[in-house]
Design a protein around this ligand. Sequence first.
Ligand code: 1GP
Length: 249
Amino acid sequence: MRVLEYILRITERRKAHFTLLDPAELEPKQAAELAEHAIAGGTDAVMVGGSAGVDRELLDECVRAIRVVADEHGKPVILFPGDVSGISKHAHAIFFMSLLNSRNPYYITGAQAIGAHAVKRSGIEPVPMGYIVVEPGGAVGWVGDAKLIPRSKPELAAGYALAAEYLGMRLVYLEAGSGAESPVPAEMVRLVKNSIGVPLIVGGGIRSAEDARATAKAGADVVVTGTAVEGAEDAEERVREFVRAIREL
Ligand code: 1GP
């Protein structure tokens, strides 16, 4: 099954949880172990990427190691690239994303034009996604030169999200930045969700089951956690808590 179809099928009937692993912070073996725990805890997909550039060989090794585990359990490995260095032929798919509220055209269409042929050659599935960075924005906000959406202005995020849908993007991702002190405000998630017809992914700063529940309840179809899983003593239990919190809805 294609990865976009997999995501659409799940989000039609329930909330989903994705785990983000950053290859700049993990050894391939560690990444594969974390993926194994996250999948055992009930995560629906493993995303691989980050905003700090990563060595192509290391990324390949990391994705290959995660892929072995993911394939055993029938879960997709999806690239979440910070730029063209985030492409690996070992993944199932890539979020082919545009940082819609960047001031720098490189992050809106430039990196995409440079990386498009590499994606085609690799044979992995591109999943068109609009990416919107909200305050505080963290490293991705800085690196991606985002004109950060103020937390008190949900209507600005909703405008970008609807534009993403009208431009043909199949998913919208609202991002507060990895490690953000608090997640995207519930009010913003709600307004964005009510404005669009495509699945909404929300991540950045989701640390507790309560954060995950509040985010999903406000309208996120997919809740992403990275830092909280990478830093957990028991990653499987951590993911299970997130999954339980959103599945109850
Ligand atoms: C970052 O949305 C993701 O791109 C995940 O953020 O690391 O804060 O969970 P965290």
